[in-house]
Design a binder for this molecule. Sequence first.
Ligand code: PGA
Length: 247
Amino acid sequence: MTRKTLIAANWKMNKTIKETVSFINDFKNLIKKIKNVEIVICPPFTSLNESSKLLKSSNIRLGAQNIHYENKGAFTGEISPVMIKELAEYVVLGHSERRQYFNETNQLINKKIKAALKNKLKVILCIGETLQQRESNKTTDIIENQIKNCLKDINEMKNIAIAYEPIWAIGTGKTASPEQAEETHKFIRQLLKKLYNENISNNARIIYGGSVNEKNAKALLKMKNIDGALVGGASLEPETFSKICNV
Ligand code: PGA
């Protein structure tokens, strides 16, 4: 079983093209020596084209933050998997901000994952519970429901990484403790074994997200079932993000 550590930057709605270029030029130098970690940067759509040129022949991968499930058509303002495939290798789907502000449901996310896989994009599927759900002991029910429905009729996990992001830890500075995160990651791995098989479960990458920074990353990544991180705020500065990638 070899699960390569995956550290992904989710820039959300941050950085102009100019700011992206400046980040990438600095960042490339800072992570030159890192070999054992897969690094992915997910900038806004508008920065993908320039980023793809700058990252060619580097060891940094590029990802989008969303796609539509259709390849083309009358969907004003949307971007299709075929369009993304020209520029990027990954796509983040199911992020809690998309669920919360853009009404994305598990059913819709399932359609998007299928469209991504069909177009040979790799998926980072985000799941996670709210504070209220955690406090009423519903975490595992919520996670199970999200995974079952988002992965419905998808029979392999090779190109899907799961990002466990407790909503109460996103952008709040409150991280799940390594033990708390590990407990849920372990639950997710057991669930994948039940839904698929031991091999798929052992090989699936389950990464953690929610206020990961250069101080807490090491302890989180040390846990047996934590295979990487999805980093928001702390991925916006090249120095800080390179330190997280250097664990
Ligand atoms: P954060 O965001 O690191 O700023 O908490 C993580 C995410 O939303 O993916």
